[in-house]
Design a protein around this ligand. Structure first.
Ligand code: ATP
Ligand code: MG
Length: 256
């Protein structure tokens, strides 16, 4: 049995003649902090879809904690601890921030809310939702409807929502994209202080974030794994510099 938290074996995905995932094999240990990097159109988001189950592979398999989940749908994978953030559409726009978190925590605890829910259970759920509000600095907007909030704040809530689901494996696709720089600090602190045992796959273009949040990295180009290793070794390698040349010459500093 595989000891990996998340594993893909030979994943293939084609759209017509375009190969978007080409024999992609990845393995993340429990507690991994793994970055997936590569130029626009490399297939990173598609790979996240193949892992989370929203996209079906042409061949290959996906494994969670030694179990083949290739045929399982996204919801079944989430039940097994795989959480993908974020899809803003998963927020209830008409509910408040706190209500959204309350529902997510409630769902994770296996009880859909009803008036028959014991008061003690509701209090614990509320306490956990309030702790997430505090952790993400959302106190001032806790009772505002999600639809009234700025895009950056909505993304922050999506991360909080992902955490409410108690992930064992967390997929983050460009978590800081669209968030004003004044708000990224809270987000990065929250990601950095996630429980050690969670395995994180971080898709990211910003190499400063990759250095800060990841230990290991995989370079994807045209759907194929071109290089992998520690973040430091990969970012220093010629292949990464060549792939990102032009853009990279500015965004990848020579030293950490
Ligand atoms: N449903 C689809 N049908 C056809 N082609 C698609 C589909 N989804 C993605 N593609 C193509 O697959 C390739 C990989 O796209 P993907 O979004 O996975 O790249 P990415 O690495 O996430 O890029 P970015 O860094 O810009 O987010 C692109 O060429 C894209 O146009
Ligand atoms: Mg993408």
């Amino acid at each position: 049995m595989s000891a990996y938290a998340l594993e893909t074996r030979g994943l293939m995905k084609r759209y017509g003649g375009l190969v978007v995932a080409n024999e992609v094999s990845l393995a993340l240990e429990k507690g991994a902090r793994h970055a997936l990097i590569g130029p626009n159109g490399a297939g990173k988001t598609t790979l996240a879809g193949l892992i989370s189950g929203t996209i079906r592979p042409n061949s290959g398999s996906v494994w969670l904690f030694g179990e083949d989940v290739t045929r399982a749908g996204p919801a079944q994978r989430t039940k097994r601890g795989l959480v993908r953030s974020f899809q803003i559409t998963s927020l209830f726009a008409k509910l408040t921030v706190l209500e959204n978190l309350f529902l997510a925590v409630s769902e994770q605890r296996g009880e859909s809310f009803s008036i028959a829910t014991p008061a003690a259970f509701r209090r614990e759920t509320l306490a956990r939702a309030e702790a997430l509000v505090t952790q993400f600095g959302l106190g001032p907007v806790a009772n505002r409807r999600v639809s009234e909030l700025a895009y950056g704040q909505q993304r922050l809530i999506e991360i909080a929502l992902a955490l409410a689901l108690n992930p064992k494996v967390l997929l983050l696709d460009e978590p800081a994209a669209g968030i004003p720089s004044s708000e990224t600090g809270v987000l990065l602190d929250a990601i950095e202080t996630l429980p050690q045992e969670i395995a994180i796959l971080l898709i990211e273009h910003d190499m400063a974030l990759v250095r800060r949040l990841a230990r290991d990295a995989t370079l994807l180009v045209q759907g194929a794994v071109i290089a992998r290793g520690t973040v430091a070794s990969l970012l220093a390698s010629d292949v990464v510099r060549q792939v990102y040349l032009g853009k990279a010459a500015r965004t990848i500093p020579a030293h950490a």
